[in-house]
Design a protein around this ligand. Structure first.
Ligand code: C2O
Ligand code: CU
Length: 462
């Protein structure tokens, strides 16, 4: 067996379920709670969290296993759970109006799905996401490799930024602010790590850590610097990539993740928001010694069952152009008719001036000159067809484009598999993926105010 065959066999084995019997469903209850987000001299913050916690409970399963969770809605508004980055059965994708009815207050919904890929994933609502996530609804979903390369400890690092008032309450007055929606989204003024202010995670000298970094901010692009450790990047958005030395800063768009293998080699290890913010998000005080010398070689994580080569003989090609936003120069757009039939309404039809879209429909962005989810899919692909999407950003704001149910890569050679990609101002990127998961899938900006303000579309795989 050559190396490639060995890897493929390992991947095939890794997808075999480790347990034959389904585990009992856990209950996840989004509900109000309290969290100590701000430093000790300020009050606690009233949040919404799964089981009242922020982040929500860690869900950890083996690759190929089944996740069973009952959403029990303890909020006073409808919600759903979306399992971000999981190449999931469409009916379990948790997108309100597209894949399920939103779950009303006091009601439940049973999620059950198998996880094909190992890696760092997460869950969050997909209904009024811009408000529900800003209030603290998100949690980690970790899918373990059957045989990961050796490390001493696994640390989940979910980085959020909150917009708090002076007395550490969530700034509610600015929810729905069209100014945020048409500019960079809801940017916070107080970062937390795992729902805490600048926590410390004690480590040992020469310990080898697996760091799972998440950007769970509504809209902030994070630029991070890891001090005091020697690190290799080993996965993007859950999917393993060839280990590459971390050199300089890490840029994480909203919803993106990165996995690092990090050896505690230096002094005062800490993770910083780089640049002018220069804020220590968490520290890793060194206590004791794990081994005499740091480990030096890093082996790649076993690959997930994604194709190594894509059939490029006849791809379905489409272009998605982002327009609108402040100073975007867009004057009018067709209003998306999605959900009207679902709600038993006549779809609002027609091309409207951007001003009317904003004032009457809270829509400030457009994809291919359609503001809001269109009634018709962006494209319909036969199962297994290769899809190439050219993402064109004509405006001045960055966007974090996210595809549901699939991972993609840039057509640029050597690009990693991802589920979310940062599209800079006036930037064009081309992504490609096999449309191998049947159903109706969203493609949207993960800057949640942009999504709510019109940057969402969907496609179909049949
Ligand atoms: Cu993280 Cu459409 O979602
Ligand atoms: Cu955006």
């Amino acid at each position: 067996m050559n190396r490639r065959e060995a890897l493929l066999t390992a991947a095939a084995l890794a997808t075999l379920p480790r347990v034959a019997l389904a585990a009992p469903a856990r209950i996840l209850k989004p509900q109000p709670g309290k969290a100590r987000l701000a430093p000790i001299e300020r009050p606690e913050t009233a949040i919404w969290g799964y089981d009242g916690l922020v982040p929500g409970p860690e869900i950890r399963v083996g690759q190929g296993e089944e996740v069973r969770a009952t959403l029990a809605n303890g909020l006073d508004q409808p919600t759903t759970i979306h399992w971000h980055g999981i190449r999931i059965d469409n009916a379990m994708d948790g997108v309100a109006a597209l894949t399920q009815d939103p779950v009303k207050p006091g009601k439940t919904f049973d999620y059950a799905f198998t996880v094909p890929d190992a890696g760092s994933y997460w869950y969050h609502p997909h209904n009024r996401t811009w408000e529900q996530m800003a209030r603290g609804l998100y949690g980690p979903l970790i899918v373990e490799e059957a045989e990961p390369p050796a490390y001493d400890r696994d640390l989940i690092l979910m980085l959020d930024d909150w917009r708090l008032t002076e007395d550490a309450a969530i700034d509610e007055a600015s929810f729905g602010s069209l100014r945020d929606w048409s500019h960079a989204g809801r940017l916070g003024n107080w970062p937390t790590m795992n729902g805490a202010p600048q926590p410390d995670y004690p480590v040992k000298r020469n310990e080898r850590l697996r760091l799972r970094l998440y950007n769970v901010c509504n809209a902030s692009v994070l630029v991070l610097r890891l001090d005091g450790m020697t690190a290799q990047v080993v996965a993007h958005d859950g999917m393993p990539s060839a280990p590459a030395p971390l050199d300089g800063t890490i840029t994480l768009a909203p919803a993106q993740r990165i996995d690092l293998i990090a050896d505690v080699t230096g002094d005062e290890p800490a993770l910083w928001l780089a640049g002018r913010e220069n804020f220590r998000t968490c520290g890793f005080p060194v206590k004791g010694k794990a081994r005499r010398k740091p480990l030096t070689d890093t082996t790649a994580f076993p690959p997930n069952p994604l194709p190594e080569t894509l059939d490029m003989s006849d791809p379905l090609r489409t272009t998605l152009t982002v327009g609108g936003g402040a100073m975007g120069g867009l004057e009018e757009a067709r209003i998306g008719g999605f959900g009207a039939a679902y709600r038993g309404e006549e779809p609002v039809e027609g091309v409207l001036p951007l001003r009317t879209l904003a004032q009457e429909h809270d829509l400030v962005w457009a994809l291919n000159a359609v503001a809001g989810m269109p009634a018709d899919p962006l494209f319909s692909a036969e199962l297994g067809r290769t899809v190439v999407v050219k993402l064109v950003n004509e405006g001045r704001w960055p966007h974090a484009m996210h595809v549901h149910g699939h991972h993609f890569r840039e057509t640029k050679p050597g690009s990693p598999w991802r589920d979310t990609i940062l599209l800079g101002p006036r930037e064009t990127k081309e992504i490609v993926f096999p449309a191998d998961n049947p159903g109706r899938w969203m493609l949207h900006c993960h800057m949640l105010e942009h999504q709510a303000g019109g940057m969402g579309t969907w496609f179909e795989v049949a």
